[in-house]
Design a protein around this ligand. Structure first.
Ligand code: GLN
Length: 545
């Protein structure tokens, strides 16, 4: 069977849920025994999001092979339960980079290099490559941005050409739009969708499916109108009502007939859809449960997208443990100014996620200290492990001003230091310790028991590490290095003896959590938080701060 392609574009507004829709399509096709892969094309000029501020871009999602990618890849991996590679995300920057490199090599001698065909060919090659690499039956391709953006035009032109290249019978265009609701008349309006489809047609693309997202139920006459004006079959207008349950989206689009439509339109020889496991998951998610509250103490708490995978991993572990997990977003900079402690005092567990740069770090160290002293479950992710070690060095070993060399290069106690192979790095983009590395677990520790395995692989994104020069003393003082690299050179997990759950990992476990397979560390953390729920008085806050 030739590889089939489903292209998802977006119209009307951004953040309409195109990534989740693409991921949901992946899930409903997989439920038919069809092998799928997903790819995101990002029209911005950065080579990858690795150097972008979380304010600009949200979370940077790291694949096992070490690519720093768009957060939509997190949705894809979680919904479809697949491990994607760097081939699943590329940007305008990458496309131009390789075309220019080929031009310099002389690959096009004699030719004038142009957007069409050179840039569009490069885009098409990258789309075809991911299909060949994964041997997928269906490649779902999400085009970032909104139709009408200047920078997405080469991508739209490339997918238009793909239809002729691989055959119309092997391609489907899905356009995801939004139906605004006019309060005064109580109507859902289709005009922006019509305009967006007209824009798309102007580029030579006629969508076959319209996924119409809305905050209110879509009446049949609205569906009929979209079908008529946009020239799409009625059964291919898929209403997508906003749901509080993200993982319900595959069921909503499946029950609206999208899976059957795609299977028929692309002649996919799948079996009948089996979403029973997914339906059970959603039932479990919806069932009334006890609640716990976990604080995420970070720098970008106003923008929850910056910690997307962390929040999802907490949620997955909550579902597995029969509890809802409310997140209390605490800005670490506030703790430094003696604010926000009242909120921290009420939580059942604390997560300090990854981060870079000095701003807000002292507040994270204080949060770690407070969790340690009050025996509140604590999970540190990358920087969260580092601040846990800094607190231990400062306040247990009494090494005044102990710090990470990232924040104080002159400290006498750089308990966290630059990894040796990072010392010569000058380029910031794509040069961290990235992707998965093995970690050996110490039996009988919290982490060892949580994983119940000897060796695991976890995904990394950092330049600094626990300084081996201080390892023995930290260990003698009660810090347990429960996960180390097979050559013993790198600390991968640290935990505190005698604390109900104070564990930090140098890697990012959140990237491997799935809705129906919570990550062992998150699972154990949430279990500890459930046990700690309502556990007596805590000290109001760290002394003297
Ligand atoms: N800034 C720290 C480092 O580079 C932590 C990185 C992270 O939390 N991802 O080591």
């Amino acid at each position: 069977m030739p590889t089939k392609y489903i292209f998802c574009t977006g119209g009307v507004v951004s953040s309409v849920g195109k990534g989740v829709t693409a991921a949901a399509i992946g899930r409903i096709l997989k439920a038919r025994g069809i092998k799928v892969t997903i790819q995101k094309l990002d029209p911005y000029i950065n080579v990858d999001p690795g150097t972008m501020s979380p304010y600009q871009h949200g979370e940077v999602y790291v694949t096992f092979d070490g690519a720093e990618t768009d957060l939509d890849l997190g949705h894809y991996e979680r919904f479809v339960n697949i491990d994607l590679t760097r081939a699943s995300n590329f940007t305008t920057g990458q496309v131009y980079n390789s075309v220019i490199a080929q031009e310099r090599r002389g690959d096009y001698l004699g030719a004038t290099i142009q957007a069409i065909p050179h840039i569009t060919n490069e885009i098409k090659n990258r789309i075809k490559h991911v299909g060949q690499l994964t041997e997928a039956d269906v490649v779902i391709v999400e085009i970032g941005g909104t139709v009408g953006d200047i920078e997405s035009q080469p991508f739209l032109e490339a997918i238009r050409q793909m239809r002729t290249d691989v055959g119309p019978e092997n391609t489907i265009f899905i356009h995801v739009t939004f139906l605004p609701h006019i309060g005064a008349t109580g109507e859902l309006k289709t005009k922006p969708t019509q305009h967006s489809v007209r824009e798309l047609r102007g580029l030579g693309i006629q969508p076959h499916v319209i996924v119409a997202r809305s905050d209110y139920p879509t009446p049949a006459e609205v569906i009929d109108k979209i079908a008529l004006f946009c020239d799409v079959e009625k059964r291919a207008v898929i209403p997508l009502l906003t749901t509080p349950y993200l993982y319900e989206v595959p069921l909503l689009v499946e029950d609206a007939g999208l899976g059957d439509f795609l299977a028929e339109a692309l002649s996919l020889n799948g079996k009948p859809a089996d979403l029973s496991g997914w339906r059970e998951l959603v039932d479990r998610i919806k069932a009334p449960k006890a609640e716990i509250t976990i604080a995420i103490v970070g720098k970008y708490v106003a923008l929850h997208d910056a910690y997307m995978s962390v929040r999802e991993a907490l949620y997955h572990a909550g579902v597995a443990n029969g509890t809802d997990v409310n997140v209390e977003w605490v800005y670490s900079g506030d703790l430094e100014k003696d604010k926000g402690w009242d909120r921290l005092e009420k939580v059942d567990g604390i997560v300090v996620p990854g981060g870079f740069g000095y701003r807000g770090v002292e507040g994270k160290v204080l949060a770690a200290q407070w969790a340690r002293e009050n025996k509140v479950p604590y999970l540190g992710l990358c920087l969260g492990l580092q601040v846990m070690c800094i607190d231990y060095a400062r306040n247990v070993l009494k090494w005044e001003n102990a710090n990470s060399a990232e924040f104080d290069s002159a400290t006498d106690y750089p308990v966290i230091d630059l990894m040796p192979d990072q010392k010569s790095v000058t380029d910031m983009g794509g040069t961290m310790r990235l992707g998965h590395y093995p970690c050996m677990l110490k039996p009988g520790t919290i982490a060892g028991d949580a994983y119940a395995e000897q060796e695991v692989k976890e995904r990394h994104r950092h330049r600094f590490e626990v300084n081996n020069a201080f390892r023995d003393e930290l260990e003698a003082a009660g810090l347990v290095f429960s996960g180390i690299s097979p050559d013993s050179r790198l600390v991968e997990i640290a935990e505190i003896k005698g604390h109900p759950f104070m564990v930090g990992s140098q890697f990012h476990p959140e990237f491997q959590s799935r809705p129906n397979r919570p990550h062992p560390l998150f699972d154990a953390f949430i279990r500890a938080a459930v046990d700690c729920h309502g556990n007596g008085e805590k000290e109001p806050k760290v002394d003297g701060k």
